[in-house]
Design a protein around this ligand. Sequence first.
Ligand SMILES: Nc1ncnc2c1ncn2[C@@H]1O[C@H](COP(=O)(O)OP(=O)(O)O)[C@@H](O)[C@H]1O
Ligand SMILES: [Mg+2]
Length: 268
Amino acid sequence: MNAAAPVAAGDPVVEIEKLWTVFESPDGDQVVHRDLDLSIRQGEVLSLVGGSGTGKTVLLRQILGLEQPDKGKVTVLGRPPGHLGAGGAANVGMLFQHGALFSAFNVLDNIAFPLRELKLLPDALIRDAALVKLQMVGLEAQHALRSPADLSGGMIKRVALARALIMDPPLLLLDEPTAGLDPESADGFCDLLRSLHRELGLTVVMVTHDLDTLFELSTRIAVLADQRVIVAGEAREVIAYPHPFIHEYFSGGRGQRAMAALHEHPER
Ligand SMILES: Nc1ncnc2c1ncn2[C@@H]1O[C@H](COP(=O)(O)OP(=O)(O)O)[C@@H](O)[C@H]1O
Ligand SMILES: [Mg+2]
């Protein structure tokens, strides 16, 4: 199996061209994506925003290769989604929105699960790899044997993130990573994502409704409306784009506060 060619900063990691997604329903076909284009480059943290039901999660699942678009093209590192990298490892890790852990497994076995499924490595190595990831997400070895039922919401997200990273994928997909966390845990998780992005050189695609997370982490924002990406760019550019959804989304108290934060950190 050929390893994917190395990618340099700025090279495309995900390319989506003229993508259509149509679901059949009793009241006629529902077009979720219509001629959607989006290109994501190495090293970006691209945030996808859009109203509820606009097809953000479906798009992540298509990048992961779990769902096929009805028309159009998706490539990840130049290949169809779901294509495996060196040694059969997944090229894409995903933190699912309801990133449920397996309740019957302890923390370490949850993190190790994708590697065990691969059936390539001896168990002692797999355990070591899972322990490294456990520490990478800010948990301690003493948490390894805990049951998911005994973890806080923030810890569950961290374990799910460690599981998403177990194969060292170059691309990480996050579906509403801070939803449901209290503000302090959300801040902590955001800090963790920022340092992992930097240290691991990851490319990240994130769906989020949380404006703080959005402005803290994104290098670029893509807005999903009218069945396509209407604008993708830096925060300033996106906020200035004339569209009713954007106006509504970024106006109001939360939007104003987030924009003020943006002025305090003009490098973002
Ligand atoms: N497997 C499916 N079958 C039928 N409809 C679906 C399916 N998956 C998603 N949808 C519909 O597609 C739309 C987009 O879903 P989703 O991507 O989950 O939205 P969101 O942007 O909130 O993440 C929704 O209207 C949803 O009901
Ligand atoms: Mg969703």
